[in-house]
Design a binder for this molecule. Structure first.
Ligand SMILES: NC(=O)c1ccc[n+]([C@@H]2O[C@H](COP(=O)([O-])OP(=O)(O)OC[C@H]3O[C@@H](n4cnc5c(N)ncnc54)[C@H](OP(=O)(O)O)[C@@H]3O)[C@@H](O)[C@H]2O)c1
Length: 326
């Protein structure tokens, strides 16, 4: 089968399209013919082995897992002897970031408990776009922010992977959503349901008079404290991602309540789990959530897709569409 292989850390140039053996499955795994995969910021972090601490998980000197890629969708071709809930022909999607990666390939061996059935009426591409970014947005809004109907929610990085899911999931909770993004993404962010969109090259949201119950920051390239004046009395600022420096600052500060009031700062690390995938499936099936796919690539074009995502240029999600010759 064809797969992207990385034998050393580096830029997208180290990604090679190679012919490799089709994976064999263990008793508790399924063999999935991959129909689509999607690119997350985590993929380029793994590619570069940066920030350095991730190497304690990904491999100190070179990547432990030769085939990258977490998010995928596809059709089960074979199921291991102890797998009871799936059979060949079932359409599934999942996130392999906690179970060996390997999604940027024509076939993948996935633990059965890392996949769920693909939502009906949703394309393979849409399903592959959802797992990591969708689950991160969901956890940020539901677990960290405890979002309520009527909340005023600000999503920073609303035109990116996590942001496009956050806008739609917040709307599904009945929130009033403002998205912040660059000029080229304004139309798309409006089209996915944001009530208000701020182009950060024109307006600085930290200088406005608006107050938000909840700020989800997926593009933290400025200090969290800049946003605190924009939080309502018991508002929550949740840092999802952005510059490593900002992430580390909030991580070491430990989050918690602000000294002067009841506002709260928090951050979290999203780990894949089945209940979140099931929630995303239900949201997609109901039509409340439609992954915003801004770009499509073939497997051989993965380096370009990675570059676009790393530079923050990708609009919504970048999806790899698998071309099988058999
Ligand atoms: N905490 C967790 O568990 C978790 C899980 C998933 C992702 N993350 C992190 O969350 C962040 C967002 O992930 P994502 O998948 O949404 O990424 P993404 O699709 O690349 O979106 C990030 C957005 O950040 C903005 N941006 C501004 N300046 C940028 C720069 N210098 N470089 C890159 N982007 C820039 C871009 O929006 P504009 O062009 O509109 O400015 C871009 O759309 C990443 O840092 C990722 O590592 C964390």
């Amino acid at each position: 089968m064809k797969a992207i292989v990385t034998r050393k850390y580096g830029s997208p140039d180290v990604l090679q399209l190679n012919e490799v053996d089709k994976p064999t499955i263990k008793d508790d795994e399924v063999l999935v013919k991959v129909r689509a995969a999607s690119v997350n910021a985590a993929d380029w972090h793994m590619l570069r082995g940066a920030p350095f601490p991730i190497r304690f998980v990904s491999g100190l000197l070179k990547p432990k897992n030769a085939i990258p890629g977490a998010d995928f969708s596809g059709v089960i071709e074979a199921a291991g002897s102890s797998v009871t809930e799936y059979k060949p022909g079932d359409e599934v999607f999942g996130d392999l970031s906690n179970s060996g990666w390997g999604a940027f390939a024509e076939y993948v061996a996935a633990p059965a408990d890392a996949v769920v059935l693909k939502p009906t009426g949703v394309t393979f591409e849409e399903a592959a776009a959802a797992p990591m970014a969708g689950a991160t947005a969901l956890k940020g809004l539901r677990n960290q922010g405890q979002i309520q109907p009527g909340d005023k929610v600000l999503v920073i990085g609303a035109g990116g992977g996590v942001g496009t899911f956050a806008v739609q999931i917040a709307k599904s909770y009945g929130a009033e959503v403002t998205g912040v993004c660059s000029a080229g993404k304004v139309g798309m962010v409006r089209s996915i349901g944001a009530d208000h969109v701020i182009d950060h090259s024109q307006d600085d949201v930290t200088q406005s008079d608006n107050l938000y119950d909840f700020i989800l920051d997926t593009a933290a390239f400025r200090a969290s404290s800049d946003y605190l004046p924009r939080l309502s009395d018991e508002g929550v600022y949740v840092l999802v991602g952005g510059s490593t420096k900002r992430m580390i600052q909030v991580m070491f500060a430990g989050g918690g309540k602000t000294p002067a009031g009841r506002k709260r700062i928090s951050n979290f690390l999203s780990m894949p789990n089945r209940p979140d995938l099931d929630t995303l499936r239900a949201l997609m099936e109901s039509g409340k959530l439609k992954p915003a796919i801004g770009e499509r690539y073939t497997l051989s074009e993965l380096p370009e897709a990675m570059r676009r995502v790393e530079e923050g240029r990708a609009v919504g999600k970048a999806v790899i569409v698998m071309e099988h010759n058999d």
